[in-house]
Design a protein around this ligand. Structure first.
Ligand SMILES: [Cu+2]
Length: 473
């Protein structure tokens, strides 16, 4: 508290001093705070650090819209958003600022919405004052008394549903004096989605209240969709840079065990406050809470952001990628120094349940099987055979241009029964174990048809009936 009062005194003293005006600053009458319009950014971007040394009157304009977009490959969802995307826009202000908040609800919205900012000291965090019908704008003001990284969210009844549909984001209240400088800053927000269909079931998926009540999500993701911070949204940094992640958790239900595979957090601002913890592996981010994590990247490679409740990462989507580029640093990390074959005696084919739940309607023809097979492939095969079917030398054989696939039945058998023992593919010998993924007949037929028609393979079409014939019961 003492700190805040000193800060306020300081900032009111400094407010009179001359300082370079920011581009959006406008002149103000004597005694009043200088005015500016907040810069808002979409994830993973973060607005630039605040350099002014005094408080300001900051105007924030945030528009609510309801939009249909992708949740996962082939899966769409009607998101309710702060700013057109999930998570909502990142807002950056300074401790001591007076914020004039404008919440605008687009005329084509179907619902009223509001905003509860955890950075607000006042009833509902602004919820009642900001309740806004479609085609209206609400205005309210607050003073940023406490520094920290805060979640904001919609609090219109049914609250859980508004949050589950994507209505959350982060607001950073920089402490007086700012945060220590880093080279790169990113905005990452975890959340869950509850869909009527099972994970991966294609098409427009409605919200499932039942699964939300059970706290049993189909998707757990970073930045609003599967690969929201991966795939073409993966970020690239350079060896030697310092990186800061502003991590939020919109929930609505799950607590995140946030971890970056291949890194140690040098500093964690616990729960987004001002207390620092050092040398941390995983940090807990509560639903409706946050953390700020800083680390320096010392070696090249891909760092993987996960919720270490690990099935959420590898099976429900809570997986992000940060690519570190630059020269190898063998003193920090050697890379693989040896690769020898190790096979425990009696190793057998394991059964790994894939998605046996039906992925949408039965396929009617080859084109439909190829489309569906691509989704099945991405979910079940990429981990070993790679995005482009190239495999991994000596370990996982290529599917691209594979001369092992002398007939479609050979591929079908590998997929539905698993495969082990020595085989030869394109002149290379493999002696490894392919698990039985326990795919449904439809999924198996589709994935094989997809493989046969991809990456220069011979083509062909496999129907679910063939699968049933080849499958070893
Ligand atoms: Cu809402």
């Amino acid at each position: 508290m003492k700190r805040t009062i000193t800060a306020l005194l300081l900032s009111s003293l400094l407010a009179g001093c001359s300082s370079p005006p920011t581009p959006s600053a406008s002149p103000s009458p004597a005694g009043a705070l200088p005015e500016e319009v907040a810069v808002l950014t979409s994830a993973p971007e973060v607005p630039p650090p605040i350099t002014r040394k005094h408080s300001a009157k900051v105007s924030v304009k945030l528009e609510v819209s309801e939009v249909e977009s992708e949740l996962a490959p082939g899966v769409t969802y009607t998101f309710w958003t702060f700013g057109g995307e999930v998570p909502g826009k990142f807002i950056r202000i300074r401790e001591g600022d007076e914020v004039e908040f404008h919440l605008q609800n687009r005329p084509d919205s179907k619902m009223p919405h509001n905003i509860d900012l955890h950075a607000v000291t006042g009833p509902g965090g602004g919820a009642a004052a900001s309740f806004t019908a479609p085609g209206h704008e609400s205005v309210f003001s607050f003073k940023a008394l406490n520094p920290g990284l805060y979640v904001y969210h919609c609090a219109t009844a049914p609250v859980g549903m508004h949050i589950a549909n994507g209505m959350y984001g982060l607001i950073l209240v920089e402490p007086v004096g700012g945060l220590p400088k880093v080279d790169r800053e990113f905005y990452v927000m975890q959340s869950e989605f509850y869909t009527e269909g099972a994970h991966g079931e294609p098409g427009l998926q409605p919200f499932s209240m039942e699964k939300a009540l059970d706290e049993n999500p189909d998707y757990v993701v970073f930045n609003g969709k599967v690969d929201g911070f991966g795939g073409d949204q993966a970020q690239v940094v350079k060896v030697g840079e310092t990186v800061r992640l502003y991590v939020g958790n919109g929930g609505p239900n799950l607590v995140s065990s946030f971890h970056v595979i291949g890194e140690i957090f040098d500093t964690v601002y616990i729960e987004g406050g001002t207390t620092k913890n050092k040398h941390v592996q995983s940090t807990l981010v509560p639903a409706g809470g946050s953390a700020i994590v800083d680390f320096k990247v010392e070696a090249p490679g891909t760092l993987v952001l996960v919720d270490h409740s690990i099935f959420r990462a590898f099976n429900k989507g809570a997986l992000g990628k940060l690519k570190v580029e630059g020269p190898e640093n063998p003193l920090v990390y050697s890379g693989k120094q040896a690769d020898v074959v190790y096979m425990a005696e009696g190793s057998t084919i394991q059964r790994i349940p894939g998605s046996r739940a039906p992925v949408g309607k039965p396929t009617a023809n080859k084109e439909e099987r190829i489309a569906r097979g691509e989704i099945v492939y991405k979910r079940n095969c990429v981990a070993c055979h790679g995005q482009e079917g190239k495999g991994v030398p000596k370990v996982f054989p290529p599917l691209a241009g594979s001369d092992f696939l002398t007939s479609p039945e050979v591929a079908v058998s590998a997929v539905v029964n698993g495969l082990s023992g020595e085989i030869k593919v394109n002149g290379e010998t493999y002696n490894n174990v392919m698990p039985n993924l326990q795919l449904s007949d439809e999924d198996a037929a589709s994935v094989v048809t997809f493989v046969l028609n991809s990456w220069g393979n011979k083509g062909g079409d496999v129907s679910p009936k063939t699968i049933a014939r080849v499958r070893v019961k």
